[in-house]
Design a protein around this ligand. Structure first.
Ligand code: LU0
Ligand code: CA
Ligand code: ZN
Length: 449
C-alpha cells in the first residue's frame, strides 16, 4: 500500500504540469527535429540531452522499464514522468507507445564556437558557486573558525580536482567519542543547488555556534562531516560553455566508447547492477560504470566512509545525500520494491520511515521509500545502509517540478530553499545517537552505547 508518488501532489500536479507547460511545449515540439547542420567553418555542437514530459507510465514497474531506454527519470506523477533523453532515446520511448512533449531547454547564453568558454554560471545564476568560488568560501570559513571547522582533501576527481571533507565539531582537531553524521552533495552534475546546500550548512553551523542553542548543542555533542561536492568535474562541465548542458554523470572517459561519464549514483558497491536499476551502456544517463566503484569520486568517498570505522565500529550513524529535484525525502532500499527483507528488519524500516516522515514534516517534502519512484541499483544510500549500516537518506530538493525551475532554478531561491532544510538536518543530528529512539526502542538497541 504505497500510493506515494515523486512530487507528492499526484493528479493535481500532473494536471498542473500539463497546464503550465502546454504553451511552451507546443512551441517546443516544432523544435524536436534535428538542428540544422553546421554552417561552413563552424564546429558542430554536440547534441545536448533534453527534458521531455512522457504521458503514460503509471506504475513503478513501468517507470523502471522506461529506464531501460537509457533515459533518467527526473520527475514522477500519477500517469506521467519527466525524463532527460537524447533525441534517439526519445524516439525509442515514443516507440513504446508513450506520448512525449519536448520541454523548453534550460536557460543560459548560447555558446558559439569562437566565444571563449566562460566557465561560470549565466545571468540569473551568479550567486551559485562554481568550484573555485566554493573552495574559496570554504577556505575563508576554515580560516575564520579554526576551532570548530577543519578541512581535509580526501582524494581527487577524475580530472584532478580536490574532493573535500569538512568536519564541524567542538574540539574539531580531536576524534572524540561522539556520533558522526555525514552530509554529501552534488553526485549529479546539473544539481547545483545541492552545493549551495552544503555551503549553507557550513555557514550556518559556524556562524551560529555559541549563539543558537540547538546548533551549539549539536556541535558540542556530534561530529558533522560535509562532503560538499562529489562531482566537481561534472559540475564545472555543466556550466563551462555558458549554456547549461543538462549533464548528470562524472567526466570519466569510457574505454571503447566516445561516450563520457558514469552515473555516480549507480556506481556504489552494493548490489551494483543487480536489478535493472542502472544501465550497462556508456551512452545512457544511468550508466553504472564497468565495475562497482570504478569512478574515482565513488572510490574516494567509499574509502573515507570506511575510514570512519574505529575499532571495527562505524562512527557515522546517519547521513543525507542531497539531490534535486522533486522535494522528496527518500530512504533505502532502492534496489528492491520490498519494504523489508535481508538487510532491512521491520524495526530498521520503521525507524527509517518515522525519521524520514518527521524530517519531511519540517520541510514539506514527500517522504517515501526510494524504490517507490523506480528501481535504482548501486545508489549511495543502498551502499551506506546495506554495507555500512548508516541511516542514509536522499533529499531531492526544490523545486517540485520542471515548471518551477527543474534542475536550474534561479539563484534567488538559494536562501529559502537551503534554509528550508535546517530543521530536518538538526533533527537528524539530534536523533543520531540512537535512531531507534524514533520508534520507542532505545533500550533494546542503544543501551550499550
Ligand atoms: O539517482 C537518482 O535517480 C535520484 C533518485 C534516487 C536517489 C532514487 N534522482 S535524480 O537523479 O533526479 N537526483
Ligand atoms: Ca569520533
Ligand atoms: Zn541526483
Amino acid at each position: 500500500m504505497r500510493p506515494r508518488i515523486r512530487g507528492g501532489r499526484t493528479t493535481v500536479l500532473a494536471a498542473l504540469l500539463s497546464l503550465t507547460l502546454a504553451a511552451p511545449i507546443a512551441a517546443a515540439q516544432a523544435q524536436d527535429a534535428p538542428p540544422p547542420g553546421p554552417t561552413a567553418g563552424a564546429a558542430q555542437k554536440a547534441e545536448l540531452p533534453h527534458q521531455y514530459e512522457v504521458t503514460g507510465p503509471a506504475t513503478r514497474a513501468e517507470r523502471t522499464a522506461l529506464l531501460a531506454t537509457g533515459v533518467s527519470i527526473d520527475e514522477v506523477h500519477t500517469r506521467a514522468v519527466v525524463i532527460t533523453a537524447t533525441r534517439a532515446q526519445a524516439t525509442t520511448v515514443r516507440e513504446l507507445g508513450y506520448t512525449l512533449r519536448k520541454l523548453p531547454a534550460p536557460p543560459g547564453i548560447s555558446a558559439t564556437p569562437h566565444k571563449p568558454r566562460i566557465k561560470d554560471f549565466p545571468a540569473g545564476y551568479a550567486n551559485y558557486h562554481n568550484y573555485d568560488e566554493a573552495t574559496k568560501e570554504i577556505d575563508a570559513l576554515v580560516a575564520k573558525y579554526p576551532e570548530i571547522l577543519s578541512k581535509q582533501v580526501i582524494g581527487t576527481s577524475h580530472e584532478g580536482r580536490n574532493i573535500l571533507a569538512l568536519k564541524l565539531s567542538k574540539n574539531v582537531t580531536k576524534d572524540e567519542q561522539e556520533p558522526e553524521v555525514l552530509f554529501t552533495a552534488h553526485q549529479h552534475a546539473r544539481e547545483h543547488l545541492t552545493v549551495e546546500m552544503s555551503l549553507y550548512l557550513l555557514n550556518e553551523f559556524t556562524s551560529k555556534y555559541g549563539s543558537d542553542s540547538h546548533v551549539t548543542k549539536m556541535l558540542d555533542s556530534r561530529e558533522i562531516w560535509i562532503i560538499p561536492d562529489l562531482n566537481p568535474d561534472g559540475g564545472e562541465y555543466d556550466i563551462a560553455s555558458g549554456e547549461f548542458q543538462s549533464w548528470r554523470k562524472n567526466r570519466q572517459p569510457n574505454a571503447g566508447s566516445s561516450e563520457v561519464g558514469t552515473d555516480l549514483n549507480r556506481n556504489w558497491d552494493f548490489k551494483w547492477g543487480c536489478c535493472n536499476g542502472s544501465s550497462d551502456d556508456p551512452g545512457d544517463e544511468t550508466y553504472r560504470g564497468p565495475s562497482a566503484a570504478s569512478a574515482p569520486e565513488v572510490q574516494v568517498v567509499t574509502k573515507f566512509v570506511q575510514g570512519r570505522k574505529v575499532g571495527g565500529k562505524q562512527q557515522i550513524k546517519a547521513a543525507i545525500d542531497f539531490h534535486t529535484y522533486s522535494e522528496l525525502v527518500l530512504w533505502p532500499f532502492g534496489f528492491t520494491d520490498d519494504d523489508t527483507g535481508p538487510g532491512m528488519t521491520q524495526d530498521d524500516h520503521d525507524a527509517f520511515a518515522t525519521i524520514g516522515k518527521n524530517m519531511a514534516a519540517t520541510n514539506g517534502y514527500t517522504p517515501e521509500q526510494s524504490s517507490d519512484l523506480y528501481i535504482t541499483d548501486g545508489s549511495i544510500d543502498d551502499w551506506l545502509w546495506g554495507d555500512q549500516k548508516i541511516f542514509a537518506y536522499t533529499f531531492e530538493m526544490f523545486p517540485s517540478s520542471f515548471g518551477s525551475g527543474g534542475f536550474y532554478p534561479k539563484d534567488s531561491v538559494i536562501p529559502k530553499e537551503t534554509s528550508r532544510n535546517r530543521e530536518a538536518v538538526l533533527q537528524l543530528l539530534e536523533t543520531a545517537d540512537c535512531v531507534y529512539r524514533a520508534i520507542g526502542k532505545e533500550e533494546q538497541y542503544c543501551s550499550g552505547n
